[in-house]
Design a protein around this ligand. Structure first.
Ligand SMILES: C[S@@+](CC[C@H](N)C(=O)[O-])C[C@H]1O[C@@H](n2cnc3c(N)ncnc32)[C@H](O)[C@@H]1O
Length: 399
């Protein structure tokens, strides 16, 4: 189990690696027609563009294994600094009946997470941003003690309360905005606050309050980019100092990279996403030519299932949103083909970002851990399940 000095060494190493790699991992290849990283890493783009499809898929799934990028980038160092201990309890599966009303994957995630939460004698449990309180009910059953769930949506509180009562579990769902001034009243010494996949500002607030009040925490953070601030201000003093020392700067868009991993998406969803991306790139080529301006034009994203039926329909929708006047006749097939060709290039160039994705996520986990260390808490940071079950598998715990 890594001790705090180990975590600190990792924090320093990752800050340096991320800072040094900024010119390579920050640019978004789909926005650039030329090599996105300019004169850095000569020859890297050519090597990536020559990769066969199966190598691209392999490296997307396992960026650190047998990577040809190692000739340019510190692959082994990144892998070592980002490898976290497995904290999963490996306990027996919980009875299926406990998972009633919960999706199969979510239930497996909940079992893995709940199995890691080990409240001390007499410690009471609180769930932060509880939704319908699925985790609260599981914890109540597993540890045989009352759990308080905090959730701001009244409808979720009501539905969750009804579920808890039907299953005769001692769970109380309270309507609470966790960002409101009175949210800290739920955190006091003697309480352990649990949060599974709480987004950016919501889990940052939990850590602030836990640091101030000394509550214990079991947190699986998620969606770091869901935050008010457009420029990332490290939660810990150590994080802020390291960023300044190494010249690492992170904006909201950079934080989104930390959660862009799709290993768990079903085949159909992946294919749909690919088509949407190819069409976006086809439209990008088209809009540059039509506007006579060789610059990327951001197009809003479309919810799953809202993608028009064909490429022409997509371009008409995007053109309308962006105020681009399209000519009456166009060779749609040629632009669509150009989009698919460009997607093949972009997915190869994005392998660089894949390599830095997990290191960035672990760095953000370390910054959160360090906020608690600076408040005098003892912490451990590791994973609570495999990334196949959920890539958002970091667990930060006070112990
Ligand atoms: C990503 S879900 C996580 C739910 C649950 N922990 C799970 O894993 O299924 C986030 C939950 O946070 C709630 N939420 C969002 N903002 C909140 C706030 N300011 N205060 C309390 N709950 C909030 C949402 O309504 C939603 O139920």
């Amino acid at each position: 189990m890594p001790s705090e000095p180990d975590l600190e060494a990792r924090f320093v190493a990752l800050t340096r690696l991320l800072a040094d790699g900024q010119p390579l991992w920050r640019p978004l290849p789909f926005q650039h027609r030329a090599t996105p990283w300019g004169k850095h890493a000569p020859g890297l783009a050519e090597a990536l563009l020559a990769l066969p499809d199966d190598a691209v898929e392999r490296l997307q799934a396992a960026p650190f294994e047998a990577s040809p990028l190692a000739a340019w980038l510190p692959v082994a160092e990144l892998a070592e600094a980002a490898a976290l201990p497995d904290l999963s309890a490996g306990g027996a599966a919980l009875p299926e009946a406990w998972g009633e009303g919960i999706g199969a994957r979510k239930w497996r995630q909940l079992q893995a997470f709940a199995g890691c939460v080990a409240p001390a004698e007499g410690e009471s449990l609180v769930e932060w941003c509880a939704g319908k309180g699925h985790l609260s009910r599981t914890l109540a059953r597993l540890h045989g003690r009352p759990v308080t769930g905090l959730e701001w949506q009244a409808a979720l509180c009501e539905a969750g309360q009804a579920l808890a009562e039907r299953q005769a579990q001692p769970v109380r769902l309270h309507r609470q905005d966790v960002l409101a001034d009175d949210a800290g009243d739920w955190l006091e010494p003697g309480r352990r606050v649990t949060a599974l996949h709480a987004c950016g500002d919501l889990h940052a607030r939990l850590l602030e309050l836990a640091a101030e009040r000394g509550a214990a925490v079991s947190l699986a953070p998620c969606c770091y980019h869901r935050t008010e601030a457009s420029e990332y201000l490290a939660l810990s003093r150590r994080g802020r100092a390291l960023m300044a020392e190494h010249g690492l700067a992170l904006c909201r868009e950079d934080l989104a990279m930390a959660v862009q991993e799709t290993v768990t998406a079903p085949q159909g969803v992946r294919r749909h996403r690919q088509r949407a991306n190819a069409w976006r790139l086809g439209f990008d080529r088209l809009q540059r030519e039509v506007r006579g301006d060789d610059a990327y034009l951001p197009v809003p994203s479309l919810a799953y299932g809202r993608l028009p039926d064909d490429f022409a329909g997509f371009c008409r929708w995007a053109a309308e949103r962006k105020g681009v006047a399209l000519p009456a006749t166009l060779d749609w097939a040629a632009y669509e083909t150009a989009g698919w060709r460009r997607l093949a290039e972009v997915s190869r160039l994005e392998l660089v970002r894949h390599l830095y994705r997990r290191p960035l996520e672990v760095w953000l986990g370390l910054d959160r851990a360090w906020r608690l260390v600076e408040a005098g808490q003892r912490v451990r940071l590791g994973t609570f399940c495999t990334r196949e079950l959920t890539p958002r598998n970091l667990l930060l715990e006070t112990c």
